[in-house]
Design a binder for this molecule. Structure first.
Ligand code: SAH
Length: 338
């Protein structure tokens, strides 16, 4: 609930309005996971709240800490027994957490482990929030950045994700700056327009992964619904309306999308757009045959883009010793328990 919703709920229960502020503070600043922790509320009130409401939070089921860079990977259990993954990463500028928006995913990108068994269900706003709060509770660190790049397609679970964004950026709560939050999408075009109209302050990442329809449709079925041209038009409109730079994600897969011709075509299509390209060495997943491009290929692809005026970065790999990319941990867990 947002603070006004909580105030209404308190009013309905015949409680004074300041109680809503206290409860909001317990949930979003002290990250309470039960009403019994809320010690400035009377015992009877806590019992009433417990009867009327539910705090949906995640519970740490498994935790892996990288010995190489301190990256922490969590497998969380939800109230109904489903599992999701989150990753906490340490950067020079602070801590960033990568959160999931769905249990599984329906987008069927061929190279991705999260989507193999489809989407089980959407996460609620509380379950997305709770991934951040659980990591803050567990490590005692304050998180300054969030990326919606875990399991799921955030723009398919649009309403819950928007509610999550409104709550995590609330000044009275965790108060994380919208500019420090990246929403990553495989390209749900109408939702990109919704986002630019209602919440232009967030950072948009678009999983492009190919310069044309022929290659993109092969690896990302969503491209049959919205073509590269439609997607890039939406991106252009987004940058022109918001004056915010879009980040294009491009996972480099050997022999699939990493040729010199691909680099040239990509540069041509992105020319003049307020954007940058983030090249990602593809993570190899047991269940498919995609092989990551060599470091040399990555370097020369990146150089070709730069030479054509496209700002390009190569994403650093974090937590390589703990399978830190999403989807794999949940699959292992499901198999063990099958
Ligand atoms: N559904 C959203 C966000 C989740 S995936 C989206 O598609 O953007 C986060 C990023 O990881 C996406 O760019 C996705 O394409 C990428 N990804 C998925 N599997 C990958 C793999 N095996 N190697 C590299 N990147 C991968």
């Amino acid at each position: 609930m947002t603070l006004p919703e909580l105030q209404n709920a308190c009013a309905t229960m015949g409680l004074p309005i300041f109680r809503a502020g206290q409860i909001f503070d317990w949930l979003h600043n002290k990250h309470a996971v039960s009403f019994s922790e809320m010690t400035n509320l009377g015992k009877n009130l806590r019992a009433d709240l417990d009867r009327e409401f539910e705090i949906r939070n995640v519970e740490i089921l498994e935790k892996y800490v990288s010995k190489l860079d301190g990256t922490v990977k969590y497998l969380y259990r939800l109230n109904d027994g489903e599992t999701i993954e989150s990753v906490l990463m340490k950067y020079k500028y602070g801590y960033s957490v990568c959160v999931s928006s769905q249990v599984g995913c329906n987008m069927k990108c061929r190279f991705c482990a999260s989507t193999i068994d489809g989407c089980v269900r959407d996460l609620t706003a509380s379950e997305i929030l709770s991934q951040v709060y659980a990591a803050e509770r567990d490590t005692g660190e304050r998180i300054s950045h969030i990326v919606l790049m875990g399991m799921g397609e955030p723009l398919v679970n649009y309403d819950n994700v928007m509610r999550f964004l409104d709550l995590i950026t609330d000044e009275k709560g965790d108060n994380i700056s919208a500019r420090h939050i990246s929403i990553s999408t495989c390209g749900i075009v109408p939702r990109i327009y919704d986002l630019l109209e209602t919440r232009p302050q967030f950072t948009l990442s678009v999983s492009l992964h190919a310069p044309n329809d022929e290659i993109r449709s092969k690896i990302m079925p969503v491209n049959y619904r919205w073509s590269v041209e439609e997607l890039l038009q939406a991106c252009k409109d987004y940058t022109e309306t918001t004056s915010r730079r879009i980040s294009f994600e491009y996972a480099m897969m050997s022999g699939v999308n990493d040729s010199d011709e691909c680099a040239e075509e990509l540069a041509d299509r992105l020319k003049g757009m307020l954007c940058h390209v983030n090249l990602i060495p593809a993570n190899e997943v047991r269940e498919n045959d995609y092989v990551r491009s060599s470091d040399e290929r990555l370097r020369s692809f990146s150089k070709m883009l730069e030479r054509r005026g496209i700002t390009t970065t190569v994403r650093r790999t974090l937590g390589p010793d703990i399978d830190a990319s999403c989807g794999q941990l949940r699959r292992n867990h499901e198999k063990e328990n099958a």
